[in-house]
Design a protein around this ligand. Structure first.
Ligand SMILES: NC(=O)c1ccc[n+]([C@@H]2O[C@H](COP(=O)([O-])OP(=O)(O)OC[C@H]3O[C@@H](n4cnc5c(N)ncnc54)[C@H](OP(=O)(O)O)[C@@H]3O)[C@@H](O)[C@H]2O)c1
Length: 245
């Protein structure tokens, strides 16, 4: 029960890694708001803890939508301690084939969406007892691959954003850290593996010889949200089992 009494918000918490993080936080005693673009009345994703978990529809690309999400979280659970800016998209393809609309969608979701969440959360987080922000990068934020320029660029930017904002918010009692998962057998990672032509480029890089699990990412997210990491700030925590790049 490392998060007992805490209130957490997980964007992109309706499926994939975000859902696993929301489940892990609830299991550690937190009240959890999950957000995604899905419609009203979206079912709680966490079995057996319905009163501890709520859903609010929000689009992280839209600042007003994120502001409403923060207000709804505080109205529902009485405060805000932990924000996991996890929502993200990937639109693969060579840069010459990427449309300006696709580029904008990736940048607005993966980078501007993180900015919207942090900007909007700060006034609530600083009223709590040690606010936590966790952003979501990727192994592809620091390693070059062909065919994922928009995604790689946004994740590298999220890491830089994290380090910078960590310095700004430390005097306000808020730490800001980043998770950088490797190839995880869930969500985007699972979709990647199912494309054999693409996956053969990555399989041999896995030092542990296997993909990670969503639970292994969630446990790292618990660490960054809990008292265990109280002196960790501005850090990018890779959860990738080691990679031979
Ligand atoms: N899975 C991996 O192997 C892996 C590895 C490294 C990094 N990551 C990162 O981890 C995060 C989660 O990835 P995932 O694999 O779990 O992805 P996923 O299964 O595709 O889930 C993405 C989540 O983000 C939400 N979302 C997307 N666009 C949104 C928007 N504009 N506003 C609000 N919510 C939005 C989705 O809900 P709606 O579609 O309903 O909005 C969904 O809940 C991403 O940031 C990703 O880059 C994943």
């Amino acid at each position: 029960m490392r998060l007992k009494g805490k209130v957490a918000l997980v964007t992109g918490g309706t499926r994939g890694l975000g859902r696993s993080i929301a489940e892990a936080y609830a299991a550690e005693g937190a009240s959890v708001m999950v957000a995604g673009r899905g419609g009203d009345g979206h079912p709680s994703p966490v079995d057996g803890v319905a009163d501890q978990v709520a859903f609010h529809a929000a689009d992280v690309r839209d600042a007003a939508s994120v502001d409403a999400l923060m207000a709804a979280t505080v109205a529902r659970f009485g405060g805000l301690d932990i924000v996991v800016a996890n929502a993200g998209v990937s639109i693969p393809g060579p840069v010459s084939a990427l449309t300006p609309e696709q580029w904008t969608d990736v940048v607005t979701t993966n980078l501007t969406g993180v900015f919207h969440c942090v900007r909007s959360a700060v006034p609530y987080l600083e009223h709590g007892d040690g606010g936590r922000v966790i952003t979501m990068s990727s192994v592809l934020g620091s390693r070059a691959v062909a065919g994922a320029a928009a995604y790689c660029a946004t994740k590298a930017a999220v890491e830089a954003f994290t380090r910078s904002v960590a310095l700004e918010l430390a005097p306000r009692g808020i730490t800001v850290n980043c998770l950088a998962p490797g190839f995880i057998d869930e969500g985007m990672g699972r979709a990647l593996r199912q494309n054999e032509a693409v996956w053969e480029r990555y399989r041999g890089k896995l030092a542990l010889g296997r993909m990670g699990s969503a639970d292994e990412v969630a446990r790292a997210a618990v660490f960054l949200a809990a008292e265990d990491s109280s002196y960790v700030n501005g850090h990018v925590l890779e959860v990738n089992g080691g990679l031979a790049w």
